[in-house]
Write a protein that binds this ligand. Structure first.
Ligand code: SF4
Ligand code: SF4
Length: 424
């Protein structure tokens, strides 16, 4: 669930793809920022090449099927190109509109993903069974023996990515005792994140309760729809997101917090767009809360690398660094070029490992060069992707969401900020 390109808000009018593509003056200044261009070194795998394809599509010079469209599919949606473009080209809207025009029906693997995205509890069960019985390793080994290109082999690659469920942190009784005085805050759990980021959600609960909020997690919430939306499957995206929209509107909360930064744009701009619910990224919320400075944290004399996902905007990155500074003695090393796509990009790492793995390994080499024992990242997709690479290399680096580290270090005798209003 990395993001990515969700630049356009929900709208009944499809964007004019030709007009958007015509904003590009073909200068090529975005090319060095593009991860797929760095890997492939071809024009077709660059933002400029993809914009040319989009223009040809809009002009009717390119059919909405065919091999050339694979280059659109390979795009990570990281928007590094948009950030680098001096002409203000809205690349995110271009790629979203192109994919909406060209997307084929979901393939077998995408259908499987959408099935689990709508049923997060079954995903948790699958992970538990898979690791409890050693099924994932057995199936992955079996699939690896099949010829390259077969769907069964791709399925094996997917199964090999299923990590164990993270352990839940111990409950902080001080945090629970403080809960409730400052109002109700909704917590979005997500689909993949509800299984593999459950330690992050427990940490978010602890911190919010220590700040005096009561945390609402309405049953029925599931996916934000980003997985399907990024693939151009807009009808499936709406279907997946509908229960989440209903759950949070019925829960009567003013604010919903998201810890997986890749879900934020879809949840804010589509799933809960047009409702009275405000969607906010958790680090930003915590950094802006006047009560946060009153929390006390135990020192942690460790060195941690900070990976800022491309789905985290500038404000989110600043806020993440700000809240981590509250942990005494923690040595935080920023990785080069932030934000940066590690290749996870929603389902990209599963569907296009030939692109995702070199990008992941490049990031991992930067992590290992820093000799850290912790890697912090705010997006579940990056966490899973980077963690699988570190495990494959036998590196003893724990990968966590920043709020998990904060909750671990939260002092038991934290003062209760009951008289402080919620941040605007
Ligand atoms: S969104 Fe990322 S991967 Fe796609 S063209 Fe832009 S920089 Fe390249
Ligand atoms: S997207 Fe922007 S930077 Fe890239 S080629 Fe077009 S105008 Fe130049």
């Amino acid at each position: 669930m990395n993001r990515m390109s969700d630049a356009s808000p929900a709208s009944a009018t499809p964007p004019d793809l030709g007009a958007l593509a015509d904003q590009c003056v073909m200068c090529g200044l975005c090319l060095p920022a593009c991860p797929t261009y760095r890997v492939a070194r071809t024009e077709a795998e660059s933002p400029r090449g993809r914009i040319a394809l989009a223009r040809a599509l809009a002009n009717g010079e390119l059919a909405p099927q065919g091999a050339a469209l694979a280059h659109l599919d390979h795009c990570l949606g990281c928007l590094s190109c948009e950030r680098a473009c001096p002409s203000g080209v809205q690349y995110g809207r271009i790629i979203d509109a192109s994919r909406a025009q060209t997307a084929a029906a979901p393939d077998r693997l995408q259908r499987l993903l959408y099935f689990f995205a709508a049923r997060p509890r079954r995903l948790q069960l699958l992970a538990r069974l898979s690791h409890g019985l050693g099924l994932h390793a057995w199936l992955a080994n079996r699939a690896r023996r099949r010829p390259a290109g077969l769907p069964q082999r791709r399925l094996g690659h997917w199964l090999a990515q299923i990590p164990p469920l993270p352990a839940l942190p111990a409950r902080n009784s001080q945090a629970i005792a403080a809960a409730g005085g400052r109002g109700r805050i909704g917590l979005f759990l997500g689909c993949v994140a509800s299984a593999f980021d459950r330690d992050t959600h427990a940490a978010a609960r602890q911190l919010l309760q220590a700040l005096g909020f009561s945390v609402v997690e309405p049953p029925g919430q599931a996916c934000c729809g980003a997985l399907a939306r990024h693939a151009g499957h807009l009808a499936q995206a709406q279907q997946l997101a509908a229960p989440t929209r209903e759950a949070f509107t019925a829960a009567q909360v003013d604010t919903v917090l998201v810890s997986a930064s890749g879900c934020l744009p879809a949840l804010r701009d589509h799933t809960l767009a047009g409702t009275s619910v405000q969607v906010r990224e958790i680090s930003e919320f915590l950094a802006a809360d006047p009560g946060f400075a009153a929390l006390a944290f135990d020192p942690l004399p460790r060195r941690a690398a900070l990976h800022l996902p491309c789905s985290l905007d500038g404000r989110g990155g600043v806020a993440t660094k700000k809240i981590l500074q509250h942990i005494p003695e923690l040595d935080i090393v920023e990785l080069p070029v932030q934000p940066r796509c590690c290749g996870a990009a929603g389902t990209h790492f599963l569907r296009h490992p030939q692109i995702a793995l070199p990008l992941r390994d490049e990031r991992i080499a930067q992590v290992r060069a820093q000799q850290v024992s912790l890697l912090l990242t705010s997006n579940i997709g990056c966490r899973l992707h980077l963690d699988s690479g570190l495990r494959a290399q036998g590196a003893a680096v724990e990968v966590l969401h920043p709020v998990t580290l904060l909750a671990r270090q939260l002092k038991a005798a934290t003062p209760t900020p009951t008289a402080i209003a919620a941040p605007a």
